[in-house]
Design a protein around this ligand. Structure first.
Ligand SMILES: *Cc1c(COP(=O)(O)O)cnc(C)c1O
Length: 410
């Protein structure tokens, strides 16, 4: 019965792990650090895992636990763990399933910090990354060896806005006993359910759509519970069965590296999830409208939005994301016009975040990717003519009007 209810209903009516003593209708913010016990015996039972209860907020906290429960109730995942940022979600998940001497496969079309984590940090810890064209089945299969554990991809790459063929990737992964880890940040659970698409581990930056307007930093790891038997790195945690990944992260990786989410952050996230579907619908609707405005403007050289018919993977976008392929688009102007255009905007903000309630713009070439070489930027298709727009929930005409007046100044 509960499972048949809609996405927003399930979020709003997620049960508290324990009834609130005052009957508070909104989950309180448990800002405290430690939890006390009636007796030394009770304490022993909790520390030895016989009884489940909070001990210390770095490992678990009631407000954060409620956020994790909400994520499970909207996604149907086997287990979820909230962390301090999207990068903490990616790094904790990879460190939990890959060991020194093993390797992962990934495309180089990735969020910039994920790319740098894979290129510089993982190899220095003895974990190799093999770069493959994620859309070439042949390239993926050729790169797999006996030490390959993970295929990592983004559901929509940022900022290239390409969509990988997820069903062929998951088919290869299951045939070769590999784990798929997908960064679903651009397509939150309301438009894309990773479990239904056979993805093993879903990592997401809650800072973006989920936080409800860039109010707080956070990340979530959702384990769809499909791989625990075959992963050497999880062997110590197999008693937790389909929850073994989250058990390892909570009891080892995350406890030792300390990337927990705070209760105050979980409070923002709990509010954000409740209105996620409304905000996604509005910003996707705005994205369609802004994309078609840009497509018809003579000064604009190229527009990329997976929702547009002209996008090479438009049919995949419809199929995978119910034709709600996020609210990030890119567009290109003639050389040297980008800065002039950005400086002429009156409402749209120059900032690096995504999926804020406000519309944001950035010139990736001179900012996020400025530390990379020309060759690397070329390989990642970061052109100096391109700007990335994160379309917010303003009234649609106001976004296009601002773009229109700024285009007159270039
Ligand atoms: C922002 C982002 C991240 C990192 O998230 P933080 O919360 O900033 O650490 C990872 N992946 C993608 C696709 C992102 O957009």
């Amino acid at each position: 019965m509960t499972n048949k209810r809609g996405f927003t209903t399930r979020s709003l009516h997620t049960k508290y792990p324990k009834p609130d003593v005052h009957g508070a209708l909104h989950m309180p913010v448990y800002d405290g650090v430690a939890y006390e016990f009636d007796s030394a015996e009770d304490m022993e039972d909790v520390f030895t895992g016989k009884v489940k209860s909070h001990i210390y907020s770095r490992t678990s906290n009631p407000t954060v636990e409620f956020f994790e429960q909400k994520i499970i109730s909207i996604t149907g995942g086997a287990a979820a763990i909230a962390v301090s940022s999207g990068m903490a979600a990616i790094s904790n998940a990879i460190l939990a399933v890959v060991m020194k001497g093993e390797n992962i496969l990934a495309s180089n079309h990735l969020f910039g910090h994920t790319y740098a984590f894979f290129k510089f940090t993982l190899p220095s810890w003895g974990i190799d990354v093999k770069w493959v064209d994620i859309n070439s089945t042949k390239a993926i299969i050729e790169a797999i060896d006996s030490k390959t554990r993970v295929i990592f991809f983004e559901t929509i790459t940022n900022p290239q806005l390409e969509i990988p063929d997820i069903s062929s990737i998951t088919a290869i992964a299951s045939k070769h006993n590999l784990i798929t880890v997908a960064d679903t940040t651009l397509t939150p659970p309301y438009v894309f359910n990773s479990r239904e698409h056979n993805i093993d581990i879903d990592v997401t930056s809650a800072t973006k759509f989920i936080s409800g307007g860039a109010a707080a930093f956070g990340g979530v790891i959702i384990d769809n519970g499909k791989h625990w038997q075959s992963i050497p790195a999880l062997s110590r945690f197999k008693i937790f069965e389909e929850r073994s990944l989250v058990a390892k992260i909570r009891k080892e990786i995350f406890r030792h590296l300390g990337g927990s989410m705070t209760a105050q952050t979980a409070h923002y996230m709990n509010l954000g999830v409740d209105t996620l579907a409304l905000r996604v619908d509005r910003s996707v609707e705005n994205s369609f409208s802004v994309a078609s405005f840009l497509e018809n403007h003579p000064a604009v050289q190229k527009v990329t939005y997976p929702g547009m018919k002209a996008h090479p993977q438009n049919s995949l976008a419809r199929e995978m994301f119910n034709n709600k392929p996020g609210s990030i688009l890119t567009f290109e102007l003639k050389m040297d016009s980008c800065f002039k255009f950005m400086n002429s905007l009156k409402m749209i903000r120059r900032a690096t975040n995504l999926n804020d309630n406000k519309t944001l713009i950035i010139h990736p070439y001179s900012t996020i990717y400025s530390e990379f070489t020309e060759k690397e930027k070329g390989e990642m298709q970061i052109r100096d003519t391109m700007m990335r727009l994160s379309v917010g929930i303003e009234d649609a005409d106001d976004i296009s009007d601002d773009i229109n007046q700024a285009l007159k100044n270039i």
